[in-house]
Design a protein around this ligand. Structure first.
Ligand code: SF4
Length: 300
């Protein structure tokens, strides 16, 4: 609860600075600490390109760049961030460093194949469908990931489900499946982004709109869906502004606005990373986006 209040105070101050004093301050930073991964997902070509991990010093540099820009919420991601190691240091040392620098919320994105023991405030675990579909897309890991989630004592675990041409049929049953899993706070739906061109997983806007209508139906039935109505409507109307100025990414010792695809208009036009419009609508003070954020913000 204390953490939630602290974050709300920060949010109000941020809005003062940006709306009243018209300062341009980004809101969130994504720190890609490694590209190494233990999986070979169908949709991902980032991992295992033999790009060296960021060193602890590089990580500190990236975090300080974010901090100096005014960012106070950071996502630590990979590759698979649990694989990051240096001289006896591991992911938790990176999280501690972020906190020591002054970040208020530190989140991680993981593929969930390692035990979920972490001091991060929130944990986002990727699963892309029911067992059969997920394992076809991501390798035979579904049972292990679900087990790790159920055995974790972490209080804030959420699923990231990236919808594509091969797994959209599962969304209703997946929502049913997680209903009874107490450890899962909810699911965030994203759409496949064609970073490498329009492949067979690609969904066009008409197809995405039909899926959004299905997500609205699921929300009416009180399933644990974390995408807000405001965000889903913005995506349905294809109205959210992108690329965004509120997010930065630090990877391979470079700073990128929005993400590494910045500047590729076709990719941005088809961007399915719904985490960004979610933040945009929170900052526009849309009640449903704020309400949704309160349900997944860390509590202690
Ligand atoms: S694809 Fe474009 S809009 Fe989407 S996150 Fe990357 S830069 Fe931003």
């Amino acid at each position: 609860m204390i953490k939630k209040i602290e974050y709300l105070i920060y949010g109000i101050n941020y809005l003062f600075q940006t709306k009243i004093f018209r300062r341009e301050i980004p809101f969130i930073g994504g720190l890609i600490i490694n590209e190494k991964c233990n999986l070979k997902c169908k949709h991902c070509k980032v991992s295992n390109r033999k790009i060296p991990d960021l060193s602890y010093k590089d990580i500190e540099r990236g975090l300080r760049i974010f901090y100096d820009k005014g960012i106070r919420s950071v996502f630590i991601e990979g590759g698979e961030p649990f694989l990051w190691k240096e001289d006896g240091r591991n992911l938790d040392d990176v999280i501690k460093l972020a906190r020591d620098i002054g970040f208020k919320v530190v989140s991680i994105y993981t593929n969930g194949t390692f035990p979920i023991r972490t001091s991060a405030d929130t944990v986002f675990v990727s699963l892309d469908g029911l067992k059969e579909t997920n394992d076809e897309l991501r390798g035979k890991i579904y049972d292990k990931v679900m087990n790790n989630i159920k055995e974790s004592s972490h209080p804030s675990i959420m699923i990231n489900y990236t919808i594509n041409q091969e797994n959209h049929q599962d969304i209703e049953k997946f929502c049913e499946e997680i209903k009874g899993i107490r450890k899962i706070k909810g699911v965030f739906f994203y759409f496949h982004t064609p970073y490498y061109g329009k492949d067979k997983l690609f969904l066009n806007l008409k197809e995405k709109r039909a899926i959004i209508k299905r997500i609205f139906n699921l929300k009416k039935k009180k399933h644990k869906i974390l995408n807000s109505n405001a965000c889903l409507k913005g995506v349905y109307k294809d109205k959210w502004e992108r690329p965004s100025k509120i997010c930065f990414v630090y990877a391979d010792n470079k700073l990128y606005q929005c993400c590494r695809a910045y500047g590729n208009d076709d990719v941005c036009k088809n961007c399915g990373y719904l985490g960004y419009p979610e933040i945009i609508y929170i900052l526009k003070l849309r009640p449903s986006a704020i309400y949704s954020a309160l349900s997944y913000l860390p509590t202690n």
